[in-house]
Design a binder for this molecule. Structure first.
Ligand code: OGA
Ligand code: CA
Ligand code: FE2
Length: 492
């Protein structure tokens, strides 16, 4: 309370104390004698007038307080009356402006309570689903029977009709260019790789930073083969010294691997996929799934509508997807693929900004194919300790059994998790490192899954500007076309 308010209170209190005390005093007491009757009558009249004025004042004051607080309650941006997502969705679009847009959307986040906690959710009329918490780090849930058998079959058939393509091309470029652009000296690269700064490069130090080269997944054995093939480890102690490292050219490893030939099983990801649009005109099953995802996540439907289409993935026997994040870390210089339209300048980093992943199992797999979360609910997260004693927890062909959590693929089941933490103010915060996951190798049969990613820009202003732009453009264009044109479903 401020000084001024305290002072005002003191005045009000003394005023309200003085009136009743005057009333309590008997009128005859102060003016005794023969004039008492006349004087006491006029004194009584004066007192009564004051009394009435006082009462009227109090009533007027009470009425004023009542009406002014009623108005405050009905203000749409009052904190006591936060608008529901539906109300927000119905708000008329405003023209795009450069001024910061007011924050009035607070993203709901489903509470996990504790691992094993089951909550009932109503997603389709006349049916209740059970949603079980699988981990708190990341916040991860499973919902058995999310899709019906028919829905699973139709999604697989639609994907086949459209045609699936290899998820990863055999050779990818890019990392080499980045290294050249940065123009680092061999000494600088060596120092970056040498995590414990002992002047030697252990196998796990090289793998921590260079597991993936040209889309090829390196194992400790691969690396040892490369050492032998290139005669890199001259003293044969299994470590690379700075002198040994200097003799290797930057792309020596890649050239060696490419010359030797690469099998699909050596790639980061060995699967085929396609994209199915879920907007107006799409198969009813695809639209129904989108509506159900909106209900499940409790997010405003615009956010779900403007997200990537459904990705359908097929793993043949022997297929896998090594552990990864569906979306990258977010820095002030990071742009989101889906809001590129609304980005101001060229930004050095770009990521998909997939706030939530909803993963559907379209069939039950005969052997393997679990989704592994290697560090779910770990006490701490440390990138370096992902490889210990040459055991790489991110390698889903070999080490799924050492993952903290594995989800068995069962037809119709959905799992969903948050790839980002909350910023504590109702919006998207930092990347959740514990959301690391991958698809274990399929040992028997084929595995079919679908991904529904919900894209939200951690930069609220950019997300809001993007939505404004889309709502204007979609007056004559379909939202889905816009998403297609902006190629928001680009690979990570
Ligand atoms: C993915 C993914 C896991 C799985 O497609 O991004 O992580 O179990 N899939 O297939
Ligand atoms: Ca070292
Ligand atoms: Fe993934």
């Amino acid at each position: 309370m401020t000084d001024k308010t305290e002072a005002e209170d003191a005045i009000t209190n003394s005023a309200s104390r003085s009136a009743p005390s005057r009333l309590r005093r008997p009128p005859g007491e102060r003016l005794p004698g023969p004039k008492t009757n006349v004087c006491s009558r006029s004194y009584f009249v004066v007192v009564m007038v004051f009394f009435h004025v006082y009462i009227i004042n109090v009533i007027v004051l009470l009425l004023y307080v009542h009406y002014s607080s009623g108005q405050e309650d009905s203000r749409p941006d009052s904190p006591r009356h936060a608008p529901s997502s539906d109300e927000q969705n119905q708000q008329a679009p405003r023209p795009p402006s450069k001024a910061p847009l007011p924050r009035h959307i607070f993203l709901p986040r489903i509470e996990g309570i504790r691992v094993g906690h089951v909550q009932k959710v109503s997603l389709v009329p006349g049916k209740v689903h059970e949603m079980r918490t699988l981990s708190l780090k990341p916040l991860l849930f499973e919902i058995p029977g999310f899709l019906s058998e028919d829905e699973c079959r139709i999604v697989m058939q639609l994907a086949q009709l459209k045609g699936l393509m290899e998820s990863q091309l055999m050779v990818q470029d890019g990392q080499e260019e980045l290294a050249k652009e940065l123009d680092l000296s061999p000494e600088e690269i060596f120092s970056l790789l040498d995590i414990n700064q002992d002047g030697q490069l252990q196998l796990h130090e090289i793998l921590t930073h260079s597991r993936v080269r040209d889309g090829i997944w390196l194992t400790p054995e691969n690396l040892q083969e490369i050492y032998v093939g290139l005669n890199a480890d001259k003293d044969g102690n299994g470590l690379l010294s700075l002198e040994e490292f200097r003799l290797l050219s930057v792309d020596a490893f890649q050239r060696f691997l490419l010359q030797r030939g690469v099998k699909r099983s050596q790639l980061v990801r060995n699967s085929q996929h396609t994209w199915l649009y879920q907007g107006k005109g799409a198969h009813q099953v695809l639209q129904d799934i989108k509506t159900r995802v909106t209900r499940l996540t409790r997010l405003p439907s615009t956010l779900v509508d403007l997200s990537e289409p459904l990705q359908v993935v097929r793993y043949e026997q022997g297929g896998h997807y090594h552990a990864h994040h569906d979306s990258g870390p977010f820095y002030p210089e990071t742009a989101c693929t889906h809001t590129r339209l609304a980005a101001n300048a060229s930004t050095p980093f770009e990521t998909s900004c997939r706030y939530i992943t909803v993963l559907f199992y379209l069939n039950s797999v005969d052997g393997g194919g679990e989704t592994a979360f290697p560090v779910a609910d770990n006490r701490t997260f440390d990138e370096v300790s992902l490889i210990q004693n040459d055991v790489d927890l991110m390698d889903t062909r070999r080490n799924c059994d050492k993952s903290n959590l594995r989800v068995k693929p069962t037809k119709g089941k959905a799992v969903f998790w948050y790839n980002y933490l909350s910023d504590g103010k109702g919006w998207v915060g930092e990347q959740d490192e514990y959301a690391l996951h991958g698809g274990c190798v399929v040992t028997h049969g084929t595995k079919w899954v679908a991904n529904k990613w919900i894209n939200i820009d951690p930069d609220y202003q950019r997300q809001a500007r993007f939505e404004q732009l889309v709502s204007h453009q979609s007056e004559d264009e379909d939202d889905e076309d816009l998403i297609m044109n902006s190629d928001a479903h680009q690979e990570l």
